[in-house]
Structures are given as C-alpha cells and as structure tokens.
Design a binder for this molecule. Structure first.
Ligand code: ATP
Ligand code: MG
Ligand code: FE
Length: 332
C-alpha cells in the first residue's frame, strides 16, 4: 500500500509518501510571506499553497522514486484550518484521486498531530494522554485507540501557541515568535518576573489573560525605561515561557491523576519547546510517567503525520468520495 498525503491547513504546504506504514519522505514548503504581518494572512496563505502544491507533490513522488500510477490512495487534511488553505490541498487531492481512479482519505489535522507518535519508536501504549499544543489548539486528549480519542480538557480562548506568538509580538519579535521565545529563554532567569496564571475549572485552560497582563506590565515598565524590553529580553522570555509551561503541566498532572494514566505524550508545534520538553521530563521522573516527545520535524505542521493517520484509516477501510469538502472547524 502506497499513500500520498497532503497537508495545507495553515502556512505549510507539505506532501509525504507512506508505504506499508513506513514514512518514505516528508517534503515541507514553509511560507515566509507572513513574517512581516505578525500572523498568518489567510489570502496570502492560499496563494502560496497554490504556488507550492505542484512542486511539493512532484518532489515527494520523485524523491521516493514512486510513479503516481503506483499510488493506492490520496489523503488530505480536511480540517481544522483556514478554509482557503484547506481548499487548495483538498481540491488537488480530489482531482488526483479522480484522475487516477483511487480512493480518497480525509484526515483530521489534530488527530494527525497525535498519531505522529506512531511514525517512529518508542510508540505510546493505549490508553494514553496527549497534550496537544499548537498554534490553534491546546487540548488534553484521552487516546484509546488509533482512531478513537476524546478531548477531556481544552483552551476556552487563545491556544498556548497563540499566547507564545502574541506575547512575542509584544516584545517586538517577528512571527512566529514561539521558537524565538524558546531561544532567548535559554539565557534568561525564569523567576525574574512574575506573571499571573489563569485558573479554569476542571481540565480546561485560558491563555488570553496572560497576554493582556504582559501588555500592561510592559507599558508600565516602558514609562520609566524606553529600553526595558531590549535590556530584559532573555529574562522576559524565560519568565513568560515558565508561566505558560506551569499552566500546561498543572492540568496535565490533574488529568493523569484523575484517569490514572501514566503514558503521557505531547504533540503539536509547541511540543518543540525545549522548556516544555525539560519540564515534562522532570515530572515524568517524579511521577513514574512514560513520556513520548515527537521528533522536532513532526511537531509543527507536516504531511508525514497526515500520511500516518491515512495509513490507519486505510487499514480501517475509512474512505471518502468526491462529495467531501474541507471543514475549517472540524473537531476530534
Ligand atoms: P493547529 O495545529 O492548531 O491547527 P498550527 O498548525 O498553526 O495550529 P503548529 O504548526 O502545530 O500549529 O504549531 C505552530 C505553533 O507552534 C506556533 O504558535 C509556534 O510559535 C509554536 N512553536 C513552534 N516551535 C516552538 C517552540 N520551540 N517554542 C514555543 N512555541 C513554538
Ligand atoms: Mg505553521
Ligand atoms: Fe498544526
């Protein structure tokens, strides 16, 4: 079985080939046009996907030395994501499946972030908890099987990736600021500044308050010192990062306690954060957790995770037909 998978939900155009459950490649074209705008501009994302999609797919097939006639199915990200961006991948996938006379497989992007854990060893054992932390989502997911999972806690306002990116913007850093906060935090003191954590009931999160708190804090400091941010950039980044990680882990610990599950995974773009990875390792030692942290290349958006999910759906016989369409607000 050979499946071509396409990811185009946000600002990465990506294609991957999976053969009998093994990823052969993972081609990613990242869009740099958004850097100047402080966030992803949907219309620009769609146009960039249109420019990238043919070369990215051609590249994936050529790189794996596979002719399109050998494909068993075509998979694509159905949602969640930006409608205009999703339409580029879905239209291409549908046309390709129709032309080749092969089945179509729709993939939920958030499920794929989690199933990225099955690309390489070690693989989590069911049931496990996955903290999915990305640009659009913060979820604690109870994963019972490859295609059976439920959200038991989530962010009710901004996602944690958004909190990273928006506070980075307040610090004058370009988009996406998450990786830059991570970088400057390395040389900073996480206890230099104290930012308030927002407490939500149950296993839910709220990350919009911290952004506002930081905005007011910076305004106040800049009244006395124009160079406050430059002079304290490392400490600011370390303190912001430490606060966000503390909030993330608090609910994860609660979920582990309530469910009695000790198999703990993280997924999504923010799982690339070195502070989060370290903090999780410390908790794991304390609590006897088996933790699963994806390779960096499978944290942020990529088609390998879409291909992995498509593989499981292929085995389960879950196919779609030409009437399928993107679903920007698709849930798990
Ligand atoms: P979603 O998956 O919810 O649809 P998305 O696809 O835009 O959203 P991802 O590509 O999974 O999100 O992740 C992107 C996010 O990850 C951005 O917010 C980015 O700042 C954040 N991110 C990436 N690397 C790091 C890092 N090292 N530290 C903190 N945040 C990071
Ligand atoms: Mg992205
Ligand atoms: Fe994503």
């Amino acid at each position: 079985t050979i499946i071509l998978a396409i990811e185009s939900s946000c600002d990465e155009t990506s294609a991957a080939i999976i053969k009998d459950g093994k990823i052969l490649n993972n081609i990613i074209a990242t869009q740099s046009v958004h850097e100047n705008y402080g966030g992803v501009v949907p219309e620009l994302a769609s146009r960039a996907h249109q420019q990238n999609i043919v070369p990215v797919i051609t590249n994936a097939l050529r790189n794996a030395n596979i002719h399109k006639s050998a494909l068993s199915a075509v998979a694509f990200t159905q949602g969640p994501g930006l409608l205009g961006a999703l339409l580029v991948g879905s239209s291409f996938a549908k046309a390709m499946a129709l032309a080749l006379g092969i089945p179509l497989i729709t993939v939920n992007h958030m499920q794929a972030h989690i199933l990225a854990h099955f690309i390489d060893d070690p693989k989590p054992r069911f049931p496990f908890l996955c903290l999915t932390v990305s640009g659009g989502h913060t979820q604690i997911v109870l994963v019972e099987d490859f295609l059976k999972m439920q959200v038991i806690g989530e962010a009710k306002d901004d996602a944690v990736g958004e909190a990273f990116d928006k506070t980075a913007k307040l610090l004058g850093l370009p988009y996406p600021g998450g990786p830059l906060i991570d970088k400057y935090a390395h040389d900073g003191n996480p206890n230099a500044f104290d930012f308030p954590e927002t407490e939500m009931s149950g296993l839910d999160y709220s990350f919009s308050g911290i952004k506002t708190a930081i905005l007011y804090f910076l305004r106040e400091q800049e009244k006395n010192n124009d160079h406050f941010i430059e002079e304290n950039l490392n400490d600011l980044c370390a303190s912001i990062q430490a606060t966000l990680i503390k909030m993330l882990l608090q609910k994860l610990k609660k979920a582990a306690k309530e469910t009695g599950i000790k198999e703990i995974a993280i997924a999504g773009g923010v799982s690339a954060n070195t502070g989060l990875r370290n903090a999780l390792q410390i908790e794991a030692k304390k609590r006897n957790w088996n933790i699963y942290i994806p390779k960096f290349e499978y944290c942020t958006d990529n088609a390998a995770m879409i291909a992995m999910t498509a593989h499981f759906k292929f085995l389960a016989g879950e196919f779609s037909d030409q009437r399928t369409s993107p679903n920007p607000r698709m849930s798990l």
